[in-house]
Write a protein of this length. Structure first.
Length: 148
């Protein structure tokens, strides 16, 4: 056996989401719909990390995320790393990239915005960490958003 055991069991096939800010771990799981999956999901937080001090990690068996699903993560955890696992080996690593547009993920912080008063999805343009509402043009910091 190795000197150090893994803190979280290895998976055969699936995705590992690593370097999640520990306080954002459950938001990431919720945003990706992991609570509705029928495959094994391991969620851990408060693990020591040299990069961020304290981190969360999520392992999802038999699930490979689309680029659209991955881009959703940028709203709550922009620096996570996804590792694609096949036959217990990392075959690819992906960094989360913030898209130029975000739809239906974040609430507009303008109470008079049509998206807060009609049943319609929000739509923001993203530039330099600032979200601009397509409908009312209200700006908000990407680090201070509220999820829908």
């Amino acid at each position: 056996m190795n000197k150090k055991e893994r803190l979280v069991a290895a998976i055969e096939h699936g995705t590992v989401i690593d370097h999640i800010p520990t306080e954002k771990t459950y938001q990431v799981a919720s945003l990706l719909g992991l609570f509705e999956l029928k495959t094994p999901v391991t969620i851990g937080f408060n693990y020591p990390s040299k990069k961020v001090g304290c981190k969360g990690i999520i392992k999802v068996s038999d699930k490979f995320f689309t680029d659209d699903e991955i881009s959703r993560l940028s709203v709550v955890a922009p620096n996570v790393i996804l590792s694609i696992i096949r036959d217990y080996e990392v075959v690819e690593k992906k960094a989360v990239v913030t898209p130029e547009e975000i739809k239906g993920i974040v609430k507009c912080n303008n109470p008079k915005c049509i998206t807060n008063n009609e049943p319609m999805a929000t739509h923001f343009h993203v530039a330099n960490g600032v979200l601009t509402c397509r409908y009312c043009e209200k700006e908000q910091d990407i680090n201070k958003v509220e999820l829908c």
